[in-house]
Design a protein around this ligand. Structure first.
Ligand code: FE
Ligand code: ZN
Length: 496
């Protein structure tokens, strides 16, 4: 967008406010991001129409060389819409109701303010210990650490949080803590190998025998998932993407256009269109825009240096998607919300820019789409996993995601790459298992099933940045996963 249009935005806004009783600001903005200005009377007409987004799309289509949209243009577009075969038989109200029913928000982040006092952290970690401890219930018969002294010579289990891990070559010492005390657990052999993969701060169960004030470890148990996970069949498609990074110079626009063309069933490949026809949901797992000041010297790589404008462009691109697809967006570390996880959804000033079929969620968010339970988490903690566990790599991000499920926590390590906001309840615990765990962040692509849960890390729409070059991260961009329960398609839209 050029500066001229921006200046006119303010002018138009003040004009709109004189149109009594009707707020046309959003309509004006929606025209502006498409490069049009609109007269107050025309904007008023658009607002009064039952489906403003549909009307705006039609007006823009017929007004290609125009600068200002007037009442005649609106009338012409209305006539066209009347003539056109009705794609949507349901009214806007019906549609809204239907959507609310179709998408159930099981869990989302509220905008609660946390101060981060010592008490907050104590409450937060207690919640983590308690919630994950519950997952072990029925499986592990455990005692509290303070009661260990009474049980001599027998095999015993404790559930606790990993405070520290000391690698002593022959053995590994795990410092384990519960609400009643701390104990050193000495692991050797196979158990030492497991202990070496502990990140710290995860909740585990340790079984062993007491020796002096320490415990000799026989077994380390992760909360993990039951093995009999069933794959739920669905009769619609869900498209998983992330890290669009709108506003970045590296945004791969041509590939994005190919993607939208396909999603709208307008690609040249009939086979691919057939897949697109069945798509009902598109989920974007964070880093919607590139943001500002996220890493050193980022401004050199930005095509749009204003965050508001970045969201305007994001909204414009998402508006190109056919309206019977419900789009769910969740933020990432590049988005304009607090960095600490869990992250609330985008504030209204940005989310209002998006068309009505876009649902604005927090990070993480747990949703149910016609019975399919999807856990969306941007995936910042994957950096910690890949750094700390040598067998993991960015090349196979879904393997790192398995570790999150095993630990039943989206961000096990506190004090790593991802800051945590210490809310009273630890919302990053995976207490209920999803059918799908969807992440992004690492800009590579990987899918797999882990004990019945579909794992997808959904690529990016940004070419390699200078920063990524420095840290040797090779993105796998423009790859899209289309999920049908028993079938998953991977479509590459180029740009790699
Ligand atoms: Fe990203
Ligand atoms: Zn990210």
């Amino acid at each position: 967008m050029n500066l001229k249009a921006l200046e006119l935005l303010d002018m138009n806004e003040s004009l709109q406010k004189t149109v009594k009783g009707i707020d046309t600001t959003m309509v004006v903005k929606k025209f502006l991001v498409r490069g049009f200005n609109v007269s107050p009377e025309a904007a008023k007409m658009v607002v009064s129409f039952s489906d403003p987004d549909l009307l705006i799309a039609e007006i823009c289509k017929i007004s290609k060389n125009k600068f200002i949209i007037c009442e005649e243009d609106v009338l012409m577009a209305l006539k066209n819409l009347e003539k056109a075969p009705k794609k949507r038989e349901v009214t806007k109200e019906d549609k809204k109701e239907e959507k609310i029913e179709r998408v159930k928000i099981l869990k989302d982040v509220n905008n609660s303010f946390v101060q981060g006092t010592i008490e907050d952290f104590v409450a937060y970690f207690n919640s983590r210990l308690e919630k994950i401890g519950r997952i072990f219930r029925g499986r592990v018969h455990s005692v509290k650490i303070k009661d260990l002294g009474r049980i001599r010579g027998e095999n015993v289990s404790v559930i606790g949080m990993v405070n520290n891990v000391f690698d002593k070559k022959e053995s590994v010492v795990i410092e384990l803590e519960d609400q009643t005390g701390t104990i050193n657990c000495i692991a050797s052999g196979k158990c030492a190998e497991v202990a070496r993969e502990l990140l710290g701060d995860e909740v585990i169960a340790v079984t062993g025998t007491l020796k002096g004030s320490s415990m000799i470890v026989d077994r380390i148990v992760f909360p993990d998932c039951p093995t009999n996970g069933e794959i739920k069949p669905i009769d619609f498609g869900v498209v998983f993407i992330s890290d669009t990074h709108f506003g970045s110079k590296g945004f791969l626009e041509d590939s994005w256009k190919n993607f939208i063309e396909w999603l709208n069933c307008e690609s040249e490949n009939a086979e691919l269109n057939k897949i697109a026809e069945k798509v009902k949901y598109l989920i974007v797992a964070g880093d919607i825009v590139d943001g500002v000041g996220v890493y050193p010297d980022q401004e050199k790589e930005l095509a749009i240096i204003d965050v508001y404008e970045q969201y305007e462009v994001a909204a414009m691109h998402l508006d190109d998607i056919r309206k019977d697809i419900t789009v769910l967006i969740s933020p990432g570390n590049h988005d304009a919300v607090r960095q600490a996880e869990p992250q609330p959804c985008l504030p209204k000033e940005f989310s209002n820019l998006f068309p009505s079929n876009v649902k604005n969620l927090g990070n993480p968010a747990f949703v149910e789409l016609e019975g399919l339970r999807v856990l969306i988490y941007h995936g910042r903690s994957l950096d910690d996993l890949v750094t700390k566990i040598p067998r993991l790599s960015y090349e196979y991000p879904h393997k790192a995601m398995e570790e999150l499920l095993k630990r039943r926590h989206l961000c096990p390590l506190y004090g790593g790459r991802s800051p945590i906001a210490p809310s009273k309840e630890d919302l990053l615990v995976i207490d209920e298992l999803p059918d799908v765990l969807h992440s992004g962040h690492v800009h590579t692509y990987g899918t797999g099933f882990y004990r019945g849960v579909f794992l997808v890390n959904s690529s990016t729409w940004q070419a390699q940045t200078e920063f990524q070059k420095k840290i040797n991260l090779n993105p796998i961009p423009c790859n899209v996963a289309v999920y049908f329960g028993d079938k998953v398609y991977r479509i590459n839209f180029g740009g790699g």
